[in-house]
Design a protein around this ligand. Structure first.
Ligand code: ADP
Length: 465
């Protein structure tokens, strides 16, 4: 409807304006042409009058004849006024002998020849001075010729043109309406196609992508829509995968516990040592179950919105010292040396708990996945005017090339059996990355299998909401 209206307005408004301007121009042109023609003829007549001395003696039959021919041709009236403002000739014979003291006559005697178009009463009025050729320009007129000619026929032509214009406009309106109806339907069709495709998709009985390549715009819309659908699908898939992984991870320790308990149950007279050993294993599995649940809860917390962050200004040097002190026992157990290098004091606006968890996970990994003897983990802190940078390098086993891109995924572990032995849940790095991203930071990893791994982290000094 809107497109049709637009087409209508765009078609009709200019047509109406053009028609009005054309009719108006035609009228002005006709009037000015008529004025010039009559003025020219009257000028000749005026010269003749002056030469014949008609003003002094208004009894020339030749002049009378010419005057009546002129007035007949143009349907007008001519009056001749002498210096005493007396009408000495009136072709209508109405005012002959009377005195006429109008401004136009006075102006004309003063050399100001005027013409005026009276549109309402449909005539042109002109005043022309009568002076012999040698007196011309000096303003010494001996008389004034007042001419009025009818413009009825100009008006008739104008009316005719207007009528034709209205006829053409009516035809044009009808054509535009019909054309607009079809054209707007045609223009909108691709968009209707898009909306029906989306509806079909939403109702679930269509392909997962839509394609309407009719216009560049519709192609862009459908491409954007398809991209969005792909994202939703990826999110859906990853959610499904996550739930499957969580269930699996939670079931594994339970299954182990069940096997251990069943084994004990099936032997009524099992020795106490075996009981103790199996119970210790069950206890380990419970710890593991606990660890997975704790990690899952941390991850859920990280997935929340940024407004849940508890931002405060924290001294990062102190924070890293504290984390390293806490991890010292684990490092000693694994015979790993912990080194902390601080290049400058750094204070930053962060959520201390979340960032501490992120660094703890990464340093803990660096200890866990280190070489069996004489390993080291070097943590260094630096900053510029915008960010602080933490690098955690280790001399560990490294990460294979094909796994580097996946280590931040939830539940991803490079070597499932090995990590299980070490005690990972596969959630640590996912938690760390979420925490850093929540602070609008970035984390990158470089690794050389067999030589070591370096994590570099960048976090803004000032928290950007
Ligand atoms: P996990 O709880 O298993 O440690 P993470 O998410 O913390 O889970 O790490 C994912 C995987 O990335 C680990 O299982 C391990 O294989 C690998 N990884 C992480 N950090 C290191 C490291 N510093 N050196 C070698 N491998 C690492």
């Amino acid at each position: 409807m809107r497109i049709m209206l637009l087409l209508f307005v765009m078609g009709i408004v200019p047509a109406i304006i053009i028609e009005a301007v054309m009719v108006q121009t035609q009228e002005e042109r006709a009037v000015s042409q008529r004025t010039i023609t009559v003025q020219n003829q009257c000028a000749i007549l005026c010269d003749q009058l002056a030469n014949l001395g008609y003003i002094e003696n208004p009894s020339s039959e030749v002049v009378d004849g010419e005057l009546s021919i002129l007035t007949n041709i143009y349907g007008g009236r001519i009056m001749i006024v002498n210096r005493d403002y007396k009408v000495i000739k009136d072709t209508f014979k109405l005012d002959q002998g009377k005195y006429i003291l109008s401004q136009r006559v006075i102006d004309c005697f003063n050399g100001d020849e005027t013409s005026r178009y009276d549109k309402k009463n449909q005539y042109i009025e002109m005043a022309q001075k009568i002076a012999s050729p040698d007196e011309k320009g000096s303003g010494d007129a001996c008389g004034v010729m007042l001419i009025s000619v009818s413009t009825t026929e100009i008006q008739v032509t104008k009316d005719l043109m207007e009528q034709r214009g209205i006829l053409v406009l009516t035809v044009l309106i009808a054509a535009i309406l019909v054309l607009g109806y079809f054209l707007s339907g045609l223009l909108v069709k691709p968009f209707q196609k898009i909306s029906s495709s989306i509806e079909a998709l939403a109702d679930g009985y269509a392909e997962e992508t839509i394609s309407v390549p009719d216009y560049l715009e519709t192609e862009m819309i459908t491409n954007a829509f398809n991209r969005m659908m792909r994202r939703i699908k990826t999110m859906d898939d990853s959610r499904e995968e996550f739930v499957a992984n969580v269930s699996h991870e939670l079931k594994t320790p339970m299954a182990s516990m069940k096997v251990l308990a069943d084994a004990l149950n099936s032997q009524p007279d099992a020795p106490v040592e075996q009981y103790r050993e199996f119970m210790q294993d069950i206890s380990k599995e419970i710890d593991r179950e606990n660890q997975i649940i704790t990690d899952l809860l941390s991850l859920v917390k990280m997935d929340r919105k940024a407004q849940d962050l508890n931002i405060e200004t924290v001294n990062i040097n102190d924070l890293l010292t504290l984390i390293i002190r806490r991890l010292k026992p684990l490092a000693e157990k694994k015979n790993v040396e912990l080194i902390l290098e601080s290049f400058r004091p750094v204070n930053a606006e962060i959520d201390q708990t979340k960032i501490a968890l992120a660094f703890t996970n990464i340093i803990e990994n660096a200890i866990k996945y280190n070489k069996p003897e004489g390993g080291w983990v070097r943590t260094s802190l630096n900053a510029d005017h915008k960010y602080f940078y933490v690098t955690i390098a280790d001399s560990g086993i490294g990460i294979p090339k094909e796994s580097v891109d996946h280590i931040f995924e939830r539940f991803y572990r490079v070597d499932k059996s090995h990590s299980r032995e070490i005690g990972g849940t596969g959630l640590g790095l996912a938690i760390s990355r979420s925490a850093i991203v929540l602070h609008r930071g970035a984390i990158k990893v470089y690794s050389e299998p067999g030589e070591g791994t370096t994590f570099s982290i960048r976090v803004p000094l000032v928290y950007i909401a």
